[in-house]
Write a protein that binds this ligand. Sequence first.
Ligand code: PLP
Length: 445
Amino acid sequence: MAAPINDFVKAYAHSGTARFHMPGHKGRKFHGLEALDITEIRGADYLFDAKGIIGDSERQTAAAFGSARTLYSTEGSSLCIKTMMGIVHRCRRSEGRRMTVAAPRNVHKAFINACILLDIDVVWVYPEKSCRSLCSGGVSAEDIEKAVCGRDIDCVYITSPDYLGFISDIRAISALCRSMDIPLVCDNAHGAYLAFLEEDLHPLALGADMCCDSAHKTLPCYTGGAYLHISKDAPAAFSECSKEMMSLFASTSPSYLILQSLDLCSDYLTRSFRQDLRCAAARTALCKKRLSEMGFSIVGEEPCKITVCAADTGLSGDKLGDLLREKGVEPEYTDEGYTVLMTSPFNTEEDFAALERAMSSVPIDSAAAFAPDLIPRAERCLPIRQAALSPSEPVPTDLAAGRICAMTVTCCQPSVPIAVSGERINDDIVKLLKKYGIISINAVK
Ligand SMILES: Cc1ncc(COP(=O)(O)O)c(C=O)c1O
C-alpha cells in the first residue's frame, strides 16, 4: 500500500471497463495519458471526503513530513494559500472585526486573492535593513514584533524560502508568534524538499503552524500538485475544518493524474529521496563554488537554488538569462538584478556541466553596482476587498500617481504585488511599475 492511488488507477486502466463517466476522452488515447486520467468513480475516493485511497496516501505523506494532517491540492499552493487563510478565518479568536494578518510585502498574488475573497486586512511588515529585491521579504523576528505590537493580529504570514532562495529565521519568528499566541502560516511553495535535508529546514520543523508546499516545484510531481501541511502543535480546529475550507475554493474535479504523481512521490519520499537529495545538494554546492570562483556573486541560502546576483557582474539578470538560453540552459527566473536556477535530484551531471560551461563564457565586469528595489510603501485608503470589487477604470501608469489602486498589480513573475488594492499610487510605486514594464493599472473610479 505504498502508492494506493496509483495502484487503483493502473488496475482500472487495465480492466477494460466501458467508461460511461467523465472525462470525455473515455480513457482512449488522444494526448497520451488518457487511460490514467479518471474522475471520482466508485473506489477512487473523493478528495474532499477522503476516506479511501486518497486519505491513505495523504496520511502516508503526513507521516513523511511529520505533520498532524497533510491535504493534497491539485491546484497548486495557490489553492492551499486561500485555504490556510480560510482556516485561520474560521478559527480566529476575536470575531466582530475584519480579520487582520501581518505579512512582509513579498507575498504571492494568491495571498492577495485570499484577502479579497475573505475580506482580510493586512499590516505590511517592512525590513529594518534595506531589501535586495521586491521578491525578498528580508524581515526579521524583530521587524515582525514591531509591526504586531499593540495591534489585534489574527496571524503572521511569511513567504520562506522566497523566490531568490533566501530563508527566513522561522525558528525565531515562530517563537515570537507562540509567545503572542498568534498562529504562524508559511508559504513554503519553494521548499517541499527542505524536510528531507540532513538538517530539516522545513517550516513545520522550525515551528510554523501551517504551510503550503508546491510539490511540483521541487519534487517529481506534475504541475499543480501541492501539499497543505498542518503542524502537530497547531490547534486541532485547523485540521478539523481544513478539507471543508479547501473545498470552498477548489474545483470539484481534481486531476487524478496529479493525485497519482503526489501519491508516487509520497512513496519515493519515504524510500531513496533523502539520499538522492543529499547528492543533488552536494552537486549544487559544488556548482555554486565553481561559479563563485569564476567571479559570480551567488546569494541565498537554499541548497537547491542557484541565485546569481547578475548585477554584481555588470550584467542584468535578464541578459544573463538570454546568454544561458543561447547555450541551451533555461533558468527558472530572471529580472534586472538576478538569475535564478532551480536544481533537483532529477538534474543530470550533463545539466550541471552545461550550466557551468555556459557561465564560464559570460563576460564579467564587476565594476557595475547593484541598486536594490524599493519595497513599495503606500497610504491605504480602502480595504483590499472593497477596492478590488469597486468599479474601476484603466489609467496609464504615467498618470496614476494619486489614484487608488483597484485590482492589485503584480510583476508577472513571481507575482509579488507592486501596488495593492486600496493603496494610493505614489511616485515610488509609479517608478517600480515602470521598472517592471507595467504601462497601465486599474484605478478605483
Ligand atoms: C512564493 C510562491 N508562493 C506561491 C506560489 C503559487 O504556487 P502554485 O503555482 O503551486 O499555485 C508561487 C508560484 O510561483 C510562489 O512562487
